[in-house]
Design a protein around this ligand. Structure first.
Ligand code: IPM
Ligand code: MN
Length: 353
């Protein structure tokens, strides 16, 4: 198959981890006889530096003309500590999600048996954990009207959801549950928020169409606790944008490192694949970033192309690296392997498999 992939490696460690994902994709292309064409574009702080815009028009065009987008990371400390900055790298990512209609962000969380002792949580609590978060990605408080008073002393962000926005992602989450252990948990704050009550109402109504899926609800504060106390109770989690952002970072602790968590962001027309970790500026250029999340994101990209054997082959190579202790120092403090060495090992395993 011939596929065009837009590569937006972004800021900080983005470029180095994305390079490793491309090594894995190249190994797959060679082994399975595919042609992947990569077109790189600027996004984030690097794009601001070069063009003044965190998402230049050319970048968006490249994404729209490709079969999928491979994304690295975004963010730079010079903006984090400057609340008055008018242009911010994150705006590029948010605009990209909105412009491509990527309303559903899918984040799988798993306790790898080979890494279970790396998690700061007790082994007996996290054993068997395997769930997936469906986070709404183009609505809610991230995109609601923003207000800052003239004197700069009053601010607000509106959290708005429509039935349609809830239904389209809920449908994906119900379907995912049907293909998994048939349990869907809606995480909200329906005891306080009107928007959460709408989520509950819409999702409850929809549940009659999925009689094989058992639906339950958790308030987000309780869910944050349950995720640490008993994470194996979850199968598919459905939640709005901000809650999903928070609990997915929390979920990453279960696997032992945020450097392991991949994600897919999909809509009706486009799809983008990115590690959930940030740009980790302190680690940039040091060859210490864990490339596994980026490589597993590439495997989700292959699934999107319906290259299921290929995607499994990448996951197997990642498992092999982890089992062989070929991992970066976030997982193994005395590791002799850097970002590149782990990427090479995984690409070579793909080639040899
Ligand atoms: C994520 C990130 C982004 C978000 C930031 C970089 C805007 O934290 O993908 O989870 O908040 O959605
Ligand atoms: Mn986040």
């Amino acid at each position: 198959m011939n596929k065009k992939i837009a590569v937006l490696s972004g800021d900080g460690i983005g470029p180095e981890v994305t390079d490793q994902a491309i090594k894995a994709l190249n190994a797959i292309a060679k082994k399975y006889n595919h042609q992947f064409e990569y077109n790189t574009s600027l996004v984030g702080a690097v794009a601001i530096d070069e063009t003044g815009d965190p998402l230049p028009e050319e970048t968006l065009t490249n994404c729209k003309e490709s079969d999928a987008v491979l994304f690295g990371a975004i963010g730079h400390p010079k903006y984090d500590n400057d609340p008055s900055a008018k242009v911010r790298p994150e705006q590029g990512l948010l605009k990209l999600r909105k412009s491509l209609g990527l309303y559903s962000n899918i984040r799988p969380v798993k306790a790898y048996s080979t890494l279970i002792d790396k998690s700061p949580l007790k082994i007996d609590r996290i054993q068997g954990t395997d769930f997936v978060i469906y986070r709404e990605l183009t609505g809610g408080i991230y995109f609601g009207e923003k207000y800052l008073s003239e004197d700069g002393n009053t601010a607000s962000d509106l959290c708005l959801y429509t039935r349609e926005e809830i239904e389209r992602i809920a449908k994906m989450a119900f379907k995912a549950a049907q293909n998994r252990r048939k349990k869907l948990t809606l995480i909200d704050k329906a005891n306080v928020l009107e928007s959460s009550r709408l989520w509950r109402k819409v999702v409850t109504e929809m549940s009659t169409n999925y009689p094989d899926v058992s639906l339950d609800f958790l308030f987000v504060d309780n869910a944050a606790m349950q995720m640490i106390l008993n994470p194996s109770q979850f199968d598919v989690i459905l939640t709005e944008n901000l809650f999903g952002d928070v609990i997915s970072d929390e979920g990453s602790v279960i696997g032992g490192s945020i450097g392991l968590l991949a994600s897919a962001s999909v809509g009706n027309q486009y799809a983008m694949f990115e590690p959930i970790h940030g740009s980790f500026p302190q680690g940039a250029g040091k060859d210490i970033a864990n490339p596994v999340a980026a490589i597993l994101s590439a495997s989700m990209l292959l699934e999107h192309f319906e290259m299921f054997d290929e995607a499994q082959c990448v996951r197997n190579a990642v498992d092999k690296a982890l089992e062989s202790n070929v991992s970066t120092s976030d997982l193994n403090p005395s590791s002799i392997y850097g970002t590149n060495a782990v990427g090479d090992f995984i690409a070579e395993s793909i080639a040899k498999s």
